[in-house]
Design a protein around this ligand. Structure first.
Ligand code: FMN
Length: 347
């Protein structure tokens, strides 16, 4: 059993079944989720010998924000299901690890409480059917020092509908789990129109940038063609993602999609990647291909559930330590020296 599988077991032991199943769940037959992990392992590293790898430097910048390593926290909804303080503890863990976190639209914590923990953060946007709700949220996020917006563009309804684990049916109720950054009056006024809009177009990117004054990354892109459409519409970054295998059960995986997207837009904008990255060696392979950073989802949530802020910090520290060990074993002294020549796909 890997340390992440062990951590997942420890989290499952303290969580109600409906929460742990929601965190684990995949779309469709789950093949994209499972193969999403396997495809990172199919990338093999090519070590280089007789090189001085004694100086280990993993620090880098993401859209101008310094981080201790290119390993960030993915935005995840329903963190109050893991711990009542939710993202406040995740932000504490990220601050301790010197990295940045994504904060979901469906957060149960206020922007100011998250920001007060000292970690840089990006606000993940599900555009609401009522655009006024989204305008208020992105402007409040910017005022609370969010450094960028992550526009999630894979907004197809979640593939595997299981009423028992749907957060809308959790005992704590949707308001507590979700829109902590709208007032009760606003929630009453917007009603069901805070639900995700399904009519986004590339123009949404420019509208968000203008409304918030922040850079916009598009998350959930899996083809070069869509990456081009996003960049041409003004996106400042792309996050290649299958939503952790939670959107389209048998879609291509992130490891499969990353090279074509880098070839199309990698010289123009930052390309990040997530979904199924289960260790520092896999993170190194993604960075070697050309990703600027990787984002970690479930393992962070499991750390939060099992051990709170310390658990989040420990997960990130373990990824970072594995990343450093991998670089050293590859004969590489700095994250900036990782290159596509250092990785091949096993056939
Ligand atoms: C419980 C859970 C909730 C999530 N909620 C969101 C969300 O609100 N917005 C979003 O863009 N992505 C969401 N994601 C997807 C993550 O941002 C990320 O893409 C994915 O978890 C990465 O894959 P991994 O879990 O295999 O690391 C969620 C993922 C999980 C597991």
């Amino acid at each position: 059993m890997t340390w992440i599988e062990d951590l997942a077991h420890r989290a499952d032991a303290v969580l109600p079944d409906y929460v742990s199943e929601y965190y684990h769940s995949y779309a469709g037959d789950g093949s994209c989720g499972r193969e999403g992990i396997a495809d990172w392992n199919a990338l093999r590293l090519r070590p280089s010998v007789l090189r001085d790898a004694s100086i280990q430097s993993t620090a880098t910048q993401v859209l101008g924000t310094p981080v201790s390593a290119p390993i960030l926290v993915a935005p995840m909804a329903q963190q109050v299901g893991a711990r009542p303080e939710g993202e406040v503890l995740t932000a504490q863990g990220a601050a301790k690890a010197g990295t940045l976190l994504g904060v979901s639209t469906n957060t149960g914590a206020t922007f100011s409480d998250i920001a007060a923990q000292g970690a840089p953060w990006w606000y993940q946007v599900y555009v609401a059917r009522n655009r006024e709700a989204t305008r208020l949220l992105v402007q409040r996020a910017a005022a609370a020092d969010a450094k960028a917006l992550i526009l999630t563009v894979d907004t197809t309804p979640i593939g595997r509908e299981i009423p028992a684990i749907d957060p809308r049916n959790w005992p704590a109720g949707p308001r507590k789990n979700r829109t902590a950054n709208l007032t009760a009056d606003e929630l009453d006024r917007f009603g069901a129109d805070t639900d995700m809009a399904l009519d986004l177009t590339p123009d949404t990117i420019g509208w968000l940038a203008e409304t918030s004054g922040l850079p916009v990354l598009c998350k959930g892109v899996l083809t070069a063609r869509d990456a081009r459409r996003c960049v041409d519409a003004g996106a400042d970054g792309i996050i290649v993602s299958t939503h952790g295998g939670r959107r389209l059960g048998n879609s291509v995986t992130s490891a499969y999609a990353l090279p074509e997207i880098l070839a199309e837009v990698g010289s123009e904008v930052e390309v990040h990647v997530d979904s199924g990255i289960r260790g520092g060696a896999q993170a190194a392979a993604a960075i070697a291909l050309g990703a600027k950073a990787v984002h970690i989802g479930r393992p962070v949530m499991w750390g939060l559930a099992a051990d709170g802020a310390d658990g989040v910090a420990a997960v990130l520290a373990t990824y970072q330590a594995e990343f450093v060990t991998t670089l050293r074993q590859m004969g590489i002294g700095s994250v900036h020296d990782l290159a596509p020549r250092d990785v091949v796909v096993r056939r």
